[in-house]
Design a protein around this ligand. Structure first.
Ligand code: NAD
Length: 435
């Protein structure tokens, strides 16, 4: 099948590369000409394990190519996936500008039947609005169908998630269009991947409910962890015991510095806005967001307390900048708030990350960011571990105490056994584990 992706970011590139690997003829389009030119030279604008290799392989095999021409993207394809961003605006509402801009730019080039697939995460009711929008342009209704096909990949394991999904969700009022989109995923059905065929609104809401539910688990365990830190209780043992209950999956029960990234924060707030729009309170999702906001403040306060509430002119090391490992994405990363607070209190901040330094530098040009861990820790007066990159999982307190000026360490991912650090003389904190 001939397939185009409008929007060549995390989702467009990963989905495009995987679908090309299935054997389809894929064209990835983006309005960012610079991005497209780089892609043509195999320069991948994002860090995602395995993506570079998969794109290159399929480029060489001529199964995927790149363009900044919308005309080419539309005329060359039978199916057009929309994978543009849907960020929150200042009020938290989902900004659908990029979706409607893309649709507006597609319409003039539709001269034969096309399936327009909304892959971006959009609030329930968006597909209906898109259909009305196209109708207002007086495009012949026989020339298109609209399908909702939300994406569930996670940055850091995006290719695996796309290739081995838990389910495929396809929503539309056209059975033929649903079946055609299902055919694109045919190679996945050898593994009996479940397909959920449903209405647009159900498909759209499945995506929001999934992210909000996972975010709820994180906020819940973060609250339990804070209670543990007040008691003689250990959150790791509690998470383990919860996970062993057949009714509760062990996943997403790890306390941390609060969820971030380009999806959970904006999707949970987006869901709350829709609930409010329909006169519903959305108490649970509201609490999830509040807990997440508070968690980042708590983390800072605990770390600040370890430093005797004084960081002025002290070298402070931030270990991990991306919102999670194996990505360079810093959108809504907990590191943003921690760095901001440390800087406003006069700290001399040094940040380490294997992939995200460049992105962070654009936000805090005055901070020293490097992928040289030794440099970040040398003469440090306090370190806080925010992202569990592999090389941050094997730190040795015996080595760190030789490097650091002051032995203060906070482990926000509960990787380390607290006793190993306190035995080496560290002032050590984590999130709800017995120390
Ligand atoms: P992104 O910001 O990485 O990429 C979006 C791309 O769209 C950009 O390259 C931008 O230049 C391009 N674009 C914007 N307007 C355009 C237009 N009119 N025509 C052509 N290109 C245009 O975004 P992303 O992270 O890939 O997310 C895309 C969507 O997928 C969002 O709705 C997001 O919520 C959803 N999603 C993201 C993830 C994730 O992990 N990143 C996972 C599942 C779903």
């Amino acid at each position: 099948m001939k397939i185009s992706f409008i929007g060549s970011g995390y989702v467009g590139l990963v989905s495009g590369a995987c679908i090309a690997d299935f054997g389809h003829d894929v064209l990835c389009m983006d309005i960012d000409k610079n991005r497209i030119e780089k892609l043509k030279e195999y320069k991948i604008p994002i860090f995602e394990p395995g993506l570079s290799e998969l794109l290159k392989k399929n480029c060489i095999e001529k199964k995927i190519s790149f363009t900044s021409s919308m005309k080419k993207a539309v005329t060359n394809s039978e199916v057009i996936f929309i994978a543009v961003g849907t960020p929150s605006d200042i009020s938290g509402e989902v900004n659908l500008k990029y979706i409607f801009d893309a649709i507006k730019n597609i319409i003039p080039f539709i001269q034969s039947y096309k399936i327009i697939v909304i892959k971006s995460t959009v609030p329930p009711g968006t597909a209906k609005k898109v259909k009305q929008y196209i109708k207002d342009f007086k495009l012949n209704e026989n020339l298109y169908d609209v399908v909702s096909n939300p994406e569930f990949l996670r940055e850091g394991s995006a290719i695996k998630d796309f290739m081995i999904p838990d389910r495929i969700v396809i929503g539309s009022n056209s059975t033929e269009a649903i079946n055609l989109v299902q055919d694109i995923y045919e190679p996945l059905f050898i593994r009996d991947t479940p397909v959920i065929k449903t209405t647009h609104e159900t498909a759209e809401l499945i995506k929001y409910s999934t992210n909000a539910f996972l975010a709820t688990k994180i906020s819940f365990i973060n609250e339990i962890a804070l209670l543990c830190s007040k008691l003689d209780a250990d959150v790791k043992t509690i998470s383990n015991a919860l996970g062993l209950d057949g009714r509760i999956s062990p996943k997403f029960l790890h306390p941390g510095p609060g969820f971030g990234g380009s999806c959970f924060p904006k999707d949970v707030i987006g869901l709350l806005k829709i609930m409010n729009e329909y006169g519903l309170s959305g108490n649970i999702v509201d609490a999830v967001l509040k807990t997440n906001f508070d968690q980042k403040q708590y983390i800072f306060n605990i770390f600040y307390g370890l430093l005797d509430n004084d960081v002025k002119n002290k070298k402070i090391s931030i270990l991990g900048l991306s919102f999670k490992p194996n990505t360079d994405d810093i959108r809504e990363s907990p590191a943003l708030l921690i760095i901001e607070k440390l800087l406003s209190n006069g700290a001399d901040v040094y940040g380490y990350d294997p992939e995200a330094c460049q992105n962070m530098k654009e936000i805090f040009p005055e901070v020293n960011f490097t992928n040289d861990l030794q440099k970040v820790l040398l003469n440090s007066e306090g370190a806080i571990l925010l992202t569990e990159w592999n090389d941050l999982r094997t730190l040795n307190p015996r080595n760190l105490k030789k490097l650091m000026k002051t032995k203060i360490f906070m482990d926000c991912r509960n990787i380390y056994n607290p006793f190993d650090w306190t035995n080496e003389g560290f002032k050590f904190e984590n999130i709800g584990r017995l120390t």
